[in-house]
Design a protein around this ligand. Structure first.
Ligand code: UDP
Length: 317
């Protein structure tokens, strides 16, 4: 029997590349698609030699077509860090809205099941804590994060509409902060920023007083949750994240201890609309998918630090 064939958009990105690895390991043929604005071929270089992998350099905001059968689509193309979507706000809006529409149309035409990567950002700066899927969110549509948050909210709405009106098989995952190897060192996120600073011998820049919280999930745990959700029959949104919550100041100090440097934390202005707290309620994922995270922050951070240390910037290789 022919392998199942899956289209993964954003395949050259942090999450897309790990998903490509996982689905190849599970015996799928993977079609990767990326326009390489924020993704990097370095993340998928090792896959090009495999007959199970092919790649299209394409922007999904324009008409999408892939010849041959497609059984599943994972839509993971999008800038995903506040620095990136401040730099390319229009592309961010387009990939979440027009891109999702094109892919839903394609899914309908070929009879594929489609999973979209939504985000904890749909909850905005939440006034419910921890956030469960019933909470509607507190988003500023015209703030700096609006281009990402509203594109993702629209993405959920149009995906649900295709499910309701066209009976399309759809899945929605809300991803909380995730980290691991292949994050971009310069994407401005807290973890690569702190690790990069520690490795360069610079002080770690905490924004605001560092009392804002996040809950960091290791990438392999996230990928497992996505895999289970795709193959489940559940159509409503599911939070996937690690509920282990930490303040950003404590997180920076944890990274200083891990790297064994004598750098300090220094404080900078808090960006506008930076959420004060964030922690996933994963009751639904536990009940429906039998999923919960397995990798502790200390294990995950070690693996991630090794990845950064081995980059040419730091290893000199
Ligand atoms: N942050 C920080 N220093 C940095 C980069 C980020 O203190 O160099 C803060 C940021 O303001 C936010 C938190 O760390 O409160 C997490 O930021 P990230 O961009 O990783 O994720 P998001 O805000 O999208 O959850």
């Amino acid at each position: 029997m022919a392998n199942k064939r899956i289209l993964i958009t954003g395949a050259a990105g942090f999450l897309g590349s790990h998903l490509s690895d996982r689905f190849i390991k599970e015996g799928y043929d993977v079609v990767g698609m990326d326009n390489l604005i924020t993704g990097s071929l370095r993340n998928i270089e090792h896959l090009f030699k495999l007959k199970e992998f092919e790649f299209y350099n394409h922007d999904v905001s324009r008409f999408v077509h892939v010849p041959g059968k497609i059984d599943y689509i994972l839509h993971f193309a999008s800038p995903a860090s506040p620095i990136d979507y401040l730099k390319i706000p229009i592309q961010t809006l387009k990939v979440g809205s027009l891109g999702t529409h094109n892919l839903l149309g394609f899914a309908k035409a070929v009879g594929a099941r489609m999973l979209i990567a939504s985000t904890s950002e749909v909850y905005g700066d939440p006034d419910v804590h921890p956030q469960n899927e019933e909470y509607w969110g507190n988003v500023n549509p015209v703030g700096p994060r609006g281009v990402y948050d509203e594109a993702k909210r629209f993405q959920e709405a149009i995906t649900m509409a295709y499910h309701t009106y066209h009976n399309l098989e759809t899945r929605i995952i809300r991803i909380f902060n995730t980290y691991g190897p292949r994050m971009r060192l310069d994407d401005g996120r807290a973890l690569p920023a702190f690790m990069g600073q520690a490795l360069r011998g610079e002080d770690l820049t905490v924004f605001g007083d560092g009392s804002q919280t996040r809950s960091f999930c290791y990438v392999d745990d996230l990928v497992e949750g996505i895999y289970r959700l795709l193959l489940s029959d559940y159509v409503h949104p599911v939070n996937i994240g690690n509920p282990d919550e930490i303040s950003i100041k404590d997180f920076a100090e944890e990274i200083i201890r891990l790297t064994g440097t004598d750098q300090k934390v220094i404080y900078k202005d808090l960006p506008k609309d930076d959420p004060k707290q964030r922690q996933p309620d994963i009751t639904r994922a536990k009940e429906i998918l039998g999923w919960e995270p397995k990798v502790s922050r200390s294990e995950g951070l070690k693996v991630t630090l090794d990845y950064f240390k081995n980059l040419p910037e730091f290893s000199g290789k």
